[in-house]
Design a protein around this ligand. Sequence first.
Ligand code: SAH
Length: 372
Amino acid sequence: MSNAAAPSRPQSKPVKAPHALSECLPRQLPPLLGASKAQLSDWVQAQQQPAYRGQQLHQWIYQKGIRALGEVTVFPKQWRESAADVPVGRSILHYRSEARDGTVKYLLQLADGQIVEAVGIPTDRRLTVCVSSQVGCAMACDFCATGKGGFVRHLACHEIVDQVLTVQEDLKERVSNIVFMGMGEPLLNLENVLMAVRSLNEDIGIGQRSITISTVGVPGRISQLADYGLQATLAVSLHASNQSLREQLVPSAKHYRLEKLMSDCRQYVAQTGRRITFEYIVLAGFNDKPEHASELAQLLRGFQAHVNLIPYNPINEVDYQRPSPQQLQIFLQILQRHKVAASVRQSRGLDRDAACGQLRASQLEDNAVLVQ
Ligand code: SAH
């Protein structure tokens, strides 16, 4: 888990996108969460209500955080009662834990009983939410707690948006940034992720530039994403400076070679005009040697990229080691000497199962104590 990735700057004129984010809408209602104003207006009219009630409903869902239609006190009593069971699509808070640095981890229970993880990361002027895009993950990266548990299912659009509203309501502060760095691989659930990004942007008002979608790479999907011309930041979890090292950490890399991943990234930058953030988890004695830093700098030559170095956060199942601050500094300095923009990401909430999927994993083991 992490702070927000560095913001991207445009570096070339983007090509006109063939698809529009505004068209990424839930196919049917209810649940109502994730729906646009226009969709809610159509929906209320289908319930024999005037169109302006759609506007009211939008406000009550996204600003007042209703959990059931019956809570909308401005609606006629009779309709409220008859529609009381219409699902809004909110989750139940299952577990909450706050770290000393203010980071708050949440486990949310979904309608089918599945549990998903979200994290709120307050910093000086920002509130970042790290959201999950799937229950579990199929990518099985060797250092990742979520990967160890396997894939369960995709999250629907409303289940992603709900995570953001939950953190916003709990911390009583507007969410400013979103990172898709929780459980799951967003590009394997691209349709729902795009719907959620639309809703976060248009319904909740979070700027696209403040949204980061993190991927370990799925063949064909980076170019698919580029076709939406998003202003969001793409973060690519690289983790290694060459193919053989990467294959050891990221099993899916066997089917998506580094050269192809990098050429897709170059194409993405050319098409969208957006800079890419590369994530590099630093594992002591494994991918943190000076030659790896030089190799990484070579790989990113001519790329206006930003590298986020992420010190490994230990998980139970594997025995990688966290690098020392000195090792990290040496790695960072080599990148900087090669004119590669890079920074070390501070691990937040380390005292409480900080990394991706760790909280859920440890809670499932312990048979979690419920909040409510
Ligand atoms: N599947 C996507 C999104 C998941 S978030 C992706 O791979 O990008 C993945 C991020 O979680 C990684 O880039 C890494 O920054 C972080 N992460 C996962 N396990 C970690 C661990 N044990 N220690 C530190 N960071 C970890």
